[in-house]
Design a binder for this molecule. Structure first.
Ligand code: IMP
Ligand code: MG
Length: 185
């Protein structure tokens, strides 16, 4: 396996989902999305920064004409639990009116982020259709009513890093999804 940055992998306690399992699941998800949407243009809205790696891999398996938009939102502020607030730009820098939209995030945790973004896009942008894809969904009660049509993996309610997901800005470059050593939290 390729090693990203010396010293980073040793901060991880265990591998939850390895790179090959991610690769296979992402490819299968893309096939599902492509079959569901059918031919025609797709507008992708990717939530940054966490979905960066997922989006890059997923979109390369979609044989559809698409536009990629990114939206930077945050609800975590450095720790391992949600801050309860979602920060998002006042005005969205794209129009989705009458578009077929695929919203993508890395992980569905409390549901706060996705429910805020979903409500905002439906209200401000009036897409023709909007579906949501997440790589991970935590098995936990949601504080907000948010759901995703496409889910890579259901995982236990524990804090993960890697493949785009961070702890205090680090570990996004880990090529698999892992659990941090508690001494690093
Ligand atoms: P929610 O708003 O609580 O659903 O949280 C969603 C956001 O929190 C995700 O987009 C992630 O950026 C971040 N997040 C939630 N759980 C984790 C985790 O286990 N590791 C890293 N980031 C996480
Ligand atoms: Mg995020």
């Amino acid at each position: 396996m390729s090693r990203p940055v010396a010293g980073v992998l040793s901060d991880l306690e265990s591998v939850l989902i390895d790179a090959e399992a991610i690769r296979q699941r992402v490819q299968a998800l893309a096939a599902e999305i492509q079959a569901d949407f059918g031919p025609g243009e797709l507008s992708v809205v990717a939530l940054m920064d966490g979905s960066l790696f997922f989006v890059a891999d997923l979109l390369r398996h979609l044989d559809l004409p698409l536009h990629l938009h990114t939206l930077t939102v945050s609800s975590y502020h450095g720790g391992t639990s949600s801050s309860g607030r979602v920060n998002m730009a006042e005005s969205l820098p794209f129009s989705l009116k009458t578009k077929r939209v695929l919203l993508i995030d890395d992980i569905l945790d409390t549901g706060l982020t996705l429910s805020s973004v979903q409500q905002r896009l439906l209200k401000d942008c009036q897409p023709e259709i909007m579906r949501t894809a997440v790589l991970l969904r935590k098995q936990r009660p949601r504080e907000q009513d948010a759901s995703a049509e496409y889910v890579g993996f259901d995982i236990a309610d524990e804090f993960v890093v890697g493949y785009g997901m961070d702890y205090q800005g680090r570990y996004r470059n880990v090529p698999y999804i892992g659990i941090l050593n508690p001494s690093k939290l």
